[in-house]
Design a protein around this ligand. Sequence first.
Ligand code: AHM
Ligand code: MG
Length: 327
Amino acid sequence: MEERYTTLGEFIIKKQEDFPYSSGELSRLMNSIRLAAKIVAQKVNQAGLVDITGAFGKENIQGEQQQKLDVFANDIFIQTLVNREIVCGIGSEENDDFISICGADGSNNNKYVVLMDPLDGSSNIDVNVSVGTIFSIYRRISEDGTPVTQADFLQKGINQVAAGYVIYGSSTMLVYTTGNGVNGFTLDPAMGTFFLSHPDMKIAEDGAIFSVNEGNFNQFEQGVKDYIGYCKDHSYSGRYIGSLVADVHRNILKGGIYMYPGTVSKPNGKLRLLYECNPFAMIIEQAGGKATDGKQRILEIEPTELHQRVPVFCGSKNMVEKLERFL
Ligand code: AHM
Ligand code: MG
């Protein structure tokens, strides 16, 4: 079969065959994410048609209003993973605490935990801008068979076994890595099948796109301001959708830097280490780029809390290194 016809399902099986002694658990987990992504894609595509957009009237732990589709996506991903008894714990940006998944006898022999932002950028849904799901998979560090603990979720990003995102854009794509390169799959909506469309994705070492919310400019530290000045002096294109998955996806494909720096009022910025920064840092590094909080590699930050925020600068290697010289 020619590569262009490879489906995500086939790709997952092929990956597993590279590890003949694997239990197949990660493959089954990826298949569950693939299924949940299709269900959410279908719902996102209907957002303008059915009464599903708009505020749900509830706030999440960060005091932000949840949208109906946030809640839907969260439920679908959780249900899919729980029903298939495929993980021992789930951490979600939409849940205050992690979820421990146990059988009737209180035990769980699965070895992976999933952390996710089920629908990032959901404030963009009402205006038909691309949104996405971000996920991250770790091997538990607590003893097999016992309920998961917070420590299973507070692992450094370098421990990620896999990470990926789904972008619900003009087409739906699922992009993921298991630590051996990055591959992207596009959903054929007529067939309901993801096909390998972007094998071995690489981000250019140099780029000419900078993505940052310049509305916060006056609150940035001087080094960030100077770097933005450098980008302008070099006539780089400013591109900021305000939807992380879409902004980073574009920069991976075209070369560029994404920045969410700390501000005077929010020194740690806005984005969450566990649900947003770590998965993207793994993907970007696997694609040949870099991701830093300005002081250290994102993947080496020791997490201290589930909903921790960190400044983030990620993208084309030479652009991130240039920025680091300004900081
Ligand atoms: P969310 O997880 O609540 O959707 O917020 C994250 C989003 C990102 O998608 C995006 O990059 C960022 O918030 C935009 O923030 P701002 O509007 O401050 O620029
Ligand atoms: Mg988010």
